[in-house]
Design a binder for this molecule. Structure first.
Ligand code: SAM
Length: 191
């Protein structure tokens, strides 16, 4: 069983858009309580459950504590926007790089829609900056946002950095009207 129903959103998006496969290395931003990490571990075969398939790697980062999960490495009590965290991430990654960045982070909601929207866009943009250091050319980024006036800024940024950007709205998040995801594929080499 999954730690959180958010797992079904990732399962649905991955079934439709093939984001994960055995052998890939994944960075999961905002990983607590760990449901997306559970899905990622299964789909990239990070615990080596499928002996015939390549073994992947999953690194999860969160401000909060995360209970251990077989096949995943966690950096708890870590702010993704902190340069120290970015250094630690690179140290922990087997090759210093990842194939996929998952970003399901959410700031503490104020309830004021515009402010929450802007804060989340800010977090997404800092993950786009982090990608410069850790994402392989050709890599993928999946990014949660709450739709609003600044969404186009993030979309524009992703369209500069990736060859293909699409908007996903999984069934499982239909109850949350402003929540959507940008799936950005084929990361262009950044310099
Ligand atoms: N995908 C997760 C799962 O399936 O279990 C759920 C993620 S939850 C919606 C959002 C998480 O983002 C929270 O646990 C929160 O602590 C984390 N978060 C928010 N801001 C963060 C930051 N600056 N750095 C790291 N994590 C952050």
């Amino acid at each position: 069983s999954y730690r959180c129903r958010s797992a079904f959103k990732l399962l649905e998006m991955d079934d439709k858009r093939s984001i994960l496969r055995p052998g890939l290395c994944v960075l999961d931003c905002g990983t607590a309580p760990g449901a997306w990490a559970q899905v990622a571990v299964q789909r990239v075969n990070a615990a080596g459950s499928d002996r015939d398939a390549p073994v992947g790697f999953v690194l999860g980062v969160d401000l909060l504590h995360v209970f251990p999960l077989e096949g995943a490495v966690f950096l708890p009590h870590s702010d993704i926007t902190d340069p120290d965290t970015q250094n630690k991430i690179q140290e922990v990654l087997p090759k210093g790089k990842v194939d996929v960045i998952l970003n399901d982070m959410a700031p503490n909601a104020t309830g004021i829609r515009d402010i929450d929207h802007q804060r989340l866009i800010g977090l997404c943009l800092s993950v786009a900056d982090l990608a410069r250091h850790v994402l392989v050319p050709g890599g993928t980024m999946l990014c949660k946002l709450w739709d609003g006036s600044e969404s186009h800024r993030l979309q524009k940024r992703l369209m500069q950095d990736f060859a293909e950007v699409r908007t996903l709205k999984p069934q499982a998040s239909r109850m949350d009207s402003s929540e959507k995801y940008y799936l950005a594929k084929s990361y262009r080499l950044q310099r």
